[in-house]
Design a protein around this ligand. Structure first.
Ligand code: MN
Length: 498
């Protein structure tokens, strides 16, 4: 069985395409095609086209053959008479569990107020993510294709789906670090939710892109030359245009004055090793004068979603200001594909150490420990307080939508926290015991009160009591993380019983 589009999926597949993998994907396609036989999308396409497009997005971000198979099958048990156990019999438990997870996510009841519905959606997403993160990734790919074909739906549906995508799927793509999908989703939502501004920005960008292009290509040529002289290899160098929605947000910050935006088009330099990034910065600064205060080293201090690169704004050819972004290939993959890049690396390099970091929640259910600890935390915390609690809403806003900061332990470990988090939050993020025993804290070497608000990049040292001790209930007045809150509650409740 051949299909032209299936061949494109194979072409996009980033892992070695073994016979076994090719067979699995082909079999999933044949099965899904038969199941969706005769069904049409609103666009007039055969339904299977949607499954194929979803699978192709998964292949492009580097997912493995099982995830791609589940992507092909993702609407089978929901929209056709085929039952889940048939999928399990043919494709095994791992794939059928993924399909089941996606089907469950699709069965969200549209009851109650928008906020209630929103939270219910989010809650289901967290639960699905905590049991198998691949379900969330398939759902993102599914949503991306649905957004691309949104024009075929009624205006009411367009609004509802675009809003839901902006509220739920964009933040999830962001937290999973899948920048490629996040930006595409944002731009599509922007188009439907704010069509006037979208059209305005689109035209504005095109106009300025045309003007900037010749300086950019000149700079690229000159940079290539400098690198050649230095003997450092450039993997790739190109100009990238800022996404429409990101450009709109930035323009709003600068009174809609586009002459103040220097990264409308940026030059992206991709090098081999981390050390080359710093060498590249030196080469570029030697050639072009940098703009003071605009050098950002996100390699030594990554953004909270894990993003790593060096950014600098330079006076390029003819004194034109432009941004240069320097990163390794690995950083680039991670910026575009986020969590998905880890699958790619662990399989490609036959390096199973990443998988060792997984928490085995079930036989095949994996959640990477460090990268997705926040998913685990949300799930645990939610179990403790119950879903309808008013605090759940508060906590979600704090834990999920608030900006994140990084703080360091004296050993240099990075602890991720929401903005305005305190030393008590920091202590509980390390360990419950440390949280309970906290008696004081130092930030960058100086004693601070326990309600001090930690800033990005600070080093925090927790002073602990040698004896066992219970947390102070008054801490509830200032802690910012749900983990700390839940633990303080739990521990002091025990205290009351004694
Ligand atoms: Mn679908």
């Amino acid at each position: 069985m051949t299909n032209k589009f299936l061949e494109e999926i194979f072409k996009s597949f980033k892992l070695p395409l073994t016979e076994k993998r090719r067979r699995l994907i082909t079999e999933a396609f044949v099965f899904a095609q038969k199941a969706h036989q005769g069904q049409k999308r609103k666009s007039g396409d055969d339904y299977i086209q949607h499954s194929l497009e979803t699978a192709k997005i998964l292949a492009e971000i580097g997912m493995g053959s099982k995830t791609i198979a589940a992507g092909l099958l993702h609407d089978v048990s929901e929209d056709t008479p085929i039952q889940l156990d048939e999928i399990e019999k043919k494709f095994g438990k791992e794939i059928s569990t993924m399909v089941d997870g996606i089907t469950k996510l699709g069965k969200i009841k549209l009851r109650g107020s928008r906020e209630e519905y929103f939270l219910e959606n989010l809650r289901k997403m967290f639960l699905a993510m905590a049991s198998d993160i691949r379900v969330a990734i398939i759902k993102l790919a599914d949503r991306l294709h649905n957004m691309k074909t949104l024009s075929y739906l009624s205006p009411e549906k367009q609004q509802r789906i675009a809003q839901e995508t902006m509220d739920i799927y964009v933040p999830i793509a962001n937290r999973l670090g899948i920048g490629g999908i996040k930006e595409q989703l944002e731009d599509l939502c922007f188009q439907y939710l704010d069509p006037d501004n979208w059209a305005y920005i689109k035209e504005l960008r095109e106009k300025h892109y045309k003007q900037g292009e010749k300086y950019i290509s000149k700079a690229i040529k000159e940079i290539k030359n400098e690198f050649k002289k230095s003997g450092i290899e450039i993997k790739e160098i190109y100009g990238r245009a800022k996404s429409l929605y990101r450009l709109f947000l930035k323009l709003k910050k600068y009174e809609m004055d586009i002459s103040r935006i220097y990264d409308l088009i940026a030059i992206r330099v991709i090098v081999v090793e981390v050390v080359n990034c710093y060498e590249a910065l030196g080469i570029i600064h030697k050639k072009y004068r940098p703009l003071v205060g605009r050098i950002k080293d996100y390699i030594s201090l990554p953004k909270p979603n894990g993003y790593q690169s060096i950014h600098t704004t330079i006076f390029g050819p003819e004194g034109k200001l432009m941004e240069v972004q320097i990163r390794t290939e690995k950083m680039h993959q991670e910026a575009e594909f986020g969590i998905a890049a880890h699958w790619l690396y662990s399989e490609k390099e036959k390096n199973k150490s990443f998988f060792k970091k997984y928490i085995y929640a079930g036989a095949k259910n994996k959640v990477p420990k460090e990268e997705l600890r926040w998913v685990e935390q949300l799930r645990d915390w939610q179990k403790e307080i119950g879903r309808d609690d008013e605090e759940f809403i508060q906590g979600l806003k704090i834990d999920f939508f608030k900006k994140r900061i990084f703080a360091f332990t004296p050993m240099g470990d990075i602890i991720e926290l929401p903005e305005e988090a305190t030393p008590v939050d920091f202590a509980y993020s390390i360990h419950t015991e440390i949280g309970n025993k906290t008696i004081g804290a130092k930030v960058d070497g100086k004693i601070v009160p326990l309600d001090y608000q930690i800033k990005n990049g600070q080093m925090v040292e927790i002073l602990v009591s040698k004896e066992n001790k219970l947390p102070n209930r008054k801490w509830l007045n200032f802690v910012k993380t749900s983990t700390a809150r839940a633990q303080i509650r739990k521990q002091t409740k025990k205290d009351n019983l004694l």
